[in-house]
Design a protein around this ligand. Sequence first.
Ligand code: SF4
Length: 317
Amino acid sequence: MPDVPLWTDCNQACAFCSNPTGDFREQAQAHSFEALKEKLARHKAGGGERVFAKFDEVRDYFTLTGGEPTMHPRFFDVLEHIKREFPERELRMLSNARTLASEPFARRLLDAAGIPFETGVILCGPDAETHERIAGAAKGAFSQTVRGIENLLRLRKEGQRVEIRMVLTALQMPSLRATLKFIGERFPEADRVTLIFFEMEGRSEWRFDDLKIEMTECARQLDALYSILRDFRELRLYHFPLCALPARLWPFVWNTLDPRKVVFKLECRDCPVRLSCVGIHKTYARKMGAGDLRPVERPSGLAPTGFPFHPFEALRR
Ligand code: SF4
């Protein structure tokens, strides 16, 4: 599942964005249709060369990222090219869905993407004030994102999924309960809700003091919302080492971090769940010390899946 950064520019400036700083957003030329075609051809040829920085070696699907991928000036040409060159691959796209507030655009996307296709939409809060403040977005952005999600849910075909994502930082936690309730009430047909502990790198470093929170504190607040979390059609937690979470949240854990981005502490050698754990994001270890993370007992009553990306199933009753 290589992450394919389609377009570096974005119509938001989310406080937690981990995209690189510097001239990242000025690299339009490196993401022109021609440049992307050339990269995709090299990726298709294989040969051991790493073309895309994240997950280049995985070959079952593409995740289109940005910036905001739908802002690419030749977005549909890129999409159609990928579908033509890699017809067997599933497509996923991460978006803030504001462009999808336009029904014709959303309809054209769903037609061009085919099946299987999944859109992951970032939501930052339960109302315009909270969402637009955290997303660094202009007035009206929240209602565009909401309309974008509604269009996706209304116009999608069988085999096209919609995920709603939240990145967890200290800014989101006070309104998390309200945001989860909003998602549950407004978008009950959403296939999945995914909560992601933020990566302390790139643009998010600019507001690090506002964003920082210990993982175990974030987990404690999540656990207090367990009765809401368990009611979603599907809930996933990304970027949490197992020891950060109470055992009843382990069945929601999916391990999606690139192994090159994580470290393990010395004491992790003796941890009974070491082989099921995603590890500690290097930036969390460096900036927060990771003193809150330490080996835990393997809980009884959890069923191992044997699948490294999703190591445990729901608690047996
Ligand atoms: S102690 Fe280390 S290996 Fe064990 S769950 Fe925590 S981070 Fe993972």
